[in-house]
Design a binder for this molecule. Sequence first.
Ligand code: NAD
Length: 445
Amino acid sequence: MRVSSVSLHGISNAHPSPSTANPSGLSYLPSHESSAWDMYLQQIDRVAPFLGDLSLWVETLRRPKRALVVDVPIHMDDGRIAHFEGFRVQHNTSRGPGKGGVRFHQDVTLSEVMALSAWMSVKNAALNLPFGGAKGGVRVDPRLLSDGELERVTRRYTSEIGIIIGPHNDIPAPDVNTNARVMAWMMDTYSVNQGSTSTGVVTGKPIAIGGSLGRREATGRGVFVVATEAAKKLGLAIANARIAIQGFGNVGSVAAELFAQADAHIVAVQDHKGTVYNPAGINAKALIAHVERHGGVFGFKDAQSIDKDAFWDVPCDILVPAALETQITSLNAQRIQARLIVEGANGPTTPQADDILAERNILVVPDVIANAGGVTVSYFEWVQDFSSFFWNEEEINARLTQTMQAAFASIWQVAKDKQVSLRTAAFIVGCTRILQARALRGLYP
Ligand code: NAD
């Protein structure tokens, strides 16, 4: 079973072409709404009129600086050799080294990684972190690999992209289906190849090898912090608010726990295995334990199982997409009941859906602010690794909260001043900083 599935996801089989690939699986969507890279380009078109003299440089944002496609061959446990396709894209490094996660997923494409790397450039600049944007991925379903196979994929991929990553060049981190264990293998592989231990080459590592306290929870915590700030603007109390969450992994599950601790009610959760609904509230800790045992939310006994598509109709106050791109589209944006959407995922809302939500007066806190908690604590981790001096968790969480609140407040102000959406405001701030750096550095030669 495992072996035949692996061959399905090996490079030797046909892939969708990058321009039409759609990680959401919503193949019935119009193509301009289904490609993450197209979405990003449309977002740049929307911000371009606000860039003033810097618009001379705007084409920089439409072109990744560097993209590497690598073959990742490994020995499978059954003796076969399987090949997987890997990517690392450095979208922009004008403000500092590339920074962004690594995704292991069966639908990963170059075009998707390009979009994710570009959103990292905008995010890091919007938060004023001293990084450019990068992202990586391997086209593999890690659930179909043994532990040994997963380690071999990780190590070979790291070795292949080793020519462009490094603590001063480009620093990977966890993303979908990767975690601290994968980061430990990446750090070790890079270090062995370099001949010396390099803790700063990846973030999101285990604490024992230079990881930071609070990093695992940081993205979900950041989502909770900005949701609280945005809710205040709407006069919406978090206590008793009804929350619907799509994606119950690192980001979604931590956000759920924090909402629950603040007395909100988690009314619906969807993951790749199912959708569960309980208007009286789902116990987040119990659901996390269920997912650990069963690999997904399906079958959770204290909630009713509902149809995948019915998730979008659930009565709720706050919706947190925390799974994959292109989930909120022109096909479901009209049905969403929430007053506030906080994007834990990268690129969950298409520009067409953005327009519908704006018309319906539903506030969207965009990914480049809402899920920036992860890269913010990654920055803290990188700084701690370089100084070999580690901070306590209280300090980290306090700095994270302060950074996220300040970023939200400044984006809110720009949105108000320029009468634009929070997404366009965040892009104005982020893209302006990137292009200022670009213009100051000038062109070589
Ligand atoms: P994860 O692998 O820990 O969890 C992903 C979750 O999404 C799982 O619950 C999975 O079942 C669910 N999912 C996958 N496909 C789905 C589908 N088609 N429908 C519904 N649910 C589906 O990943 P994560 O780290 O939590 O990342 C989630 C999102 O947050 C991604 O968009 C990622 O880029 C973004 N993000 C993550 C971080 C981070 O620090 N991990 C930081 C910023 C942004």
